[in-house]
Design a protein around this ligand. Structure first.
Ligand SMILES: [Zn+2]
Length: 221
């Protein structure tokens, strides 16, 4: 029943149903397998119900085909793709995505370049705005191709963000930006950290939940 156990310096056992329905258990380093099994048995009804719910809505990732009508995320909206005979630049967004037919063989890299460009503009601007609003000092903003994390914060004050984040709604982007800005002061995910995030963004939990539920669809893969 348990698909994966991750042990760390946490204090309690958490049961997490992943987007594909697998059960992940996060446990303290010293928690016994017996204690974990007991909890999973006790929560079996809840686990099963939750797994059925997520499995009913889960669609495994299909790589983009770059065909007419296919949907692509940008700032929380899905725009349709239209392949056109000719357009300059080769990819534009105006109501829908328009891609030049000649660019089709390299469509994946054309899209990726477009997203990276947008990510750089949007994230630089959102970091500036959130930082000045709340008095944070950072060094620079970097855009990465990270797949496992949306953002990170280096000890030198560099904030890095995955370009795929620009596919998410602006409030969700602002949550990730604020999360990394707060890491400038608190490096870990302690209660102090989440307390500060909540103070600056009282409804952060909904935005975080959106990312956990939809993050896997923000992709070209
Ligand atoms: Zn963090």
């Amino acid at each position: 029943m348990i698909d994966q156990i991750i042990r760390s310096k946490r204090k309690t056992i958490a049961l997490i149903i992943q987007p594909d329905g697998r059960l992940l258990v996060r446990a303290p380093l010293r928690a016994s397998n017996e204690a974990i099994r007991t909890l999973v048995q006790k929560k079996a009804g809840w686990i099963k119900a939750k797994q059925e719910l997520v499995r009913s809505t889960y669609s495994p990732l299909v790589p983009k085909k770059f065909v007419n009508g296919e949907g692509f995320w940008y700032l929380g909206t899905i725009y349709r793709l239209e392949i056109v005979k000719d357009t300059h630049p080769e990819l534009t967004l105006n109501g829908n995505f328009r891609l030049a037919k000649a660019a089709l063989p390299k469509a994946h890299s054309v899209f990726e370049r477009w997203y990276k460009q947008q990510a750089s503009e949007v994230l630089t601007q959102r970091v500036q705005r959130n930082a000045s609003q709340h008095g944070f000092r950072y060094t620079q903003v970097k855009i990465t191709s990270a797949r496992m994390r949306w953002g990170s914060c280096s000890s030198r004050g560099t904030l890095s963000f995955a370009w795929r984040l620009v596919m998410a709604p602006l409030p969700v982007i602002d949550y990730v930006v604020l999360h990394e800005l707060v890491h400038l002061h608190v490096k870990n995910h302690s209660q102090e950290f989440w307390g500060k995030v909540k103070l600056l963004m009282p409804y952060y939990a909904q935005r975080r939940a959106w990312l956990q539920a939809n993050g896997h669809t923000l992709s070209l893969a």
